[in-house]
Structure formats: structure tokens, C-alpha cells
Write a protein that binds this ligand. Structure first.
Ligand code: NAI
Length: 287
């Protein structure tokens, strides 16, 4: 593999393009508007400069990575790729339309970074279910060491092995998950965050006491309500609903307070308010 296509240059796409270019791959990064792809290149440039500042990458490596990055608004450009990773908006019909619009070489592998859509279901919208796989990165991609590899029903052993080799070359640790709602990490993490919101809603503890409890009592680097705000409360709610709908198990029901916060537009860090208020110099607990 020499050329990697990345479709969607948002939060995840720019991170995936960053780590692939830094690992020596030629990277084609596409989005619907050039301004979005350009914004991704600025983010990658800034994040590479930060790595150089910290001594985790050399200036030469950062310059070479940027030189390996090509931006486009034309998904047909992915014909040059050996592996195409779809990291577009989390919407099944958007993804299916993208897959149907691609013209790929026969050997090219196709991966999706979806957090919640079934891999086997998405594979069936492509012309290469045996060469299709889930490849789930974590935010922020350059800093998070993990990748989940999720083979679908028809994914070949060669495709899965190629995903492992790719993740290793990126310097990531890969784990393999079954094609089951929320895979491994979100399946276990999100119910814990949801439970923290149940506890807050039931008055079991304050925002600060719940976060401090898990930080000092369970050695978590970040409290669950801080982490929920970071993930985005709308994203957390949507993952809980995927698990509830996908399993039919009421243990995954979203906390009523989580639903209310999302209805209020309090989505966490990105909206300026979640369980903390982010509009000042320091986050301030809201309950
Ligand atoms: P985002 O909203 O930041 O970026 C999505 C990008 O896709 C946008 O720039 C949009 O313009 C572009 N796009 C939409 N339609 C397109 C098309 N037809 N062709 C090319 N580009 C198109 O979303 P984000 O957060 O980067 O998520 C992308 C994927 O990664 C989703 O499937 C999401 O579930 C998954 N994911 C997100 C994580 C997160 O923490 N945000 C973590 C792991 C996976």
C-alpha cells in the first residue's frame, strides 16, 4: 500500500490524513467543499507544528508529511488509492451514496470509520464486501493509540490482516471487535458515562463530586461528566440509542437528563455548555 484515500476532512478525517501522511503514505483527502479540505490542512499543519515543538516529530518529517497530502473535492480522485477510508458525516445514506460514487481499482480496500452503523450493512452497499472493513479511530487521532478493526460478515481474512498491518504502520495498537452495536470501547464506555448522568439527575452527587469520585476512586484520568462534554452529548445520546435499538435491551436506555440537555442544545464543549460552562477562562460546573 502506498496511497491512502480519506473521504471527509472533518474532525476524524483530518486526524486520519495526518497520521497516514506522517507514516509515509501519499494521502488524498476529499470533502464536498474545498474550504473544508483547506481548513483540514491548516489543522494538520498546526498539529504537526505542535508535534515538532514537543519533539515527537522532526521538522523534516512534518514538511514531508504535508508534501504527501493532496486535497480534492472530487471523490473520483480516490481511484489512485490502495486503501480508501471513509470518514464522512455519520449518516447511512450519505455513506452509501459515497460508496456508490467511487470507481476503485480491483485490489483497493475500502474501510469506514463509522461509530455506529453496522459494517455488514454498509458493506452491502459497496461492490466489494470482501474488501470492506470497519476501521474505527479515536479522537484526537494523532494522540489516541487505539484502532478498532471490525470485520463484517463477508470481510476476507486478507482484508482484516491488511487492516492490522496498516494500523501497526501508523504506530497504533489494534483490537478486533465483532460487528455489534458500538463495538468494544463505546459499548463499555458510553453506558458508564450515561450512568454518571443518571446519578447526577437523581441527585446522588454534584458534577464535581461525581467527576472527582471517578478520578480519585477509579483512577480515571478524566471524570465521566467532563468526558461526556468532550465527546459531545448529542453523540453520546445517539450511541446509547444505537445500543438500545440494536440490542432491544433496556439497560442501554439514555438518562432522561442527557435527553433534556441535548433538547436544550447543551451539547458539551462544542456548544459552550454541557455539565460545565465553557464560556469563561476555566470550565465551571453547572450543577
Ligand atoms: P465531521 O462532521 O467533523 O466531518 C465529516 C466531514 O465529512 C465534513 O467535513 C463533511 O463536509 C464531509 N462530507 C460529507 N459528505 C461528504 C461527501 N459526500 N464526500 C466527502 N466528504 C463529505 O464528522 P467526524 O466527527 O469527523 O466524523 C466522521 C466519521 O467518523 C463519522 O462516521 C463518525 O461516526 C466517525 N467517528 C467520529 C468520532 C468522533 O469523536 N467525532 C470518533 C470515531 C469515529
Amino acid at each position: 500500500m502506498q496511497t491512502i484515500g480519506v473521504i471527509g476532512s472533518g474532525l476524524m478525517g483530518n486526524g486520519i490524513a495526518h497520521v497516514a501522511a506522517l507514516a509515509g503514505y501519499d494521502v488524498i483527502l476529499s470533502d464536498v467543499e474545498m474550504s473544508r479540505a483547506e481548513a483540514a490542512r491548516s489543522t494538520i499543519t498546526k498539529n504537526l507544528a505542535r508535534m515538532v515543538g514537543k519533539g515527537t516529530a522532526t521538522q523534516d518529517a512534518a514538511d514531508a508529511a504535508l508534501a504527501r497530502l493532496t486535497l480534492t473535492t472530487d471523490n473520483a480522485a480516490h481511484e489512485a488509492a490502495d486503501l480508501v477510508i471513509e470518514a464522512a458525516t455519520e449518516n447511512e445514506s450519505v455513506k452509501a451514496k459515497i460508496f456508490q460514487s467511487l470507481t476503485l481499482q480491483p485490489h483497493t480496500l475500502l474501510a469506514t470509520n463509522t461509530s455506529s452503523i453496522g459494517i455488514t450493512r454498509l458493506a452491502s452497499t459497496t461492490d466489494r464486501a470482501d474488501k470492506f472493513c470497519g476501521l474505527h479511530f479515536f479522537n484526537p487521532v494523532p494522540l489516541m493509540a487505539l484502532v478498532e478493526i471490525i470485520p463484517g460478515l463477508a470481510t476476507s481474512a486478507d482484508t482484516t490482516a491488511a487492516m492490522h498491518a496498516f494500523a501497526t504502520r501508523l504506530g497504533k495498537t489494534a483490537i478486533e471487535a465483532a460487528d455489534s452495536p458500538a463495538f468494544i470501547v463505546n459499548r463499555i464506555l458510553c453506558p458508564m458515562l450515561n450512568e454518571a448522568i443518571f446519578a447526577l439527575g437523581e441527585g446522588v452527587g454534584s458534577v464535581v463530586d461525581i467527576d472527582t469520585g471517578l478520578k480519585l476512586g477509579a483512577n480515571h484520568p478524566m471524570g465521566p461528566l467532563t468526558l461526556a462534554d468532550f465527546v459531545g452529548l448529542d453523540t453520546l445520546l445517539s450511541i446509547m440509542r444505537v445500543m438500545q435499538d440494536g440490542t432491544g435491551d433496556p439497560k442501554y436506555r439514555p438518562a432522561p437528563l442527557l435527553v433534556r440537555y441535548v433538547e436544550a442544545g447543551w451539547l458539551g464543549r462544542k456548544s459552550g455548555r454541557g455539565f460545565y460552562d465553557y464560556t469563561g477562562p476555566e470550565p465551571v460546573p453547572t450543577r
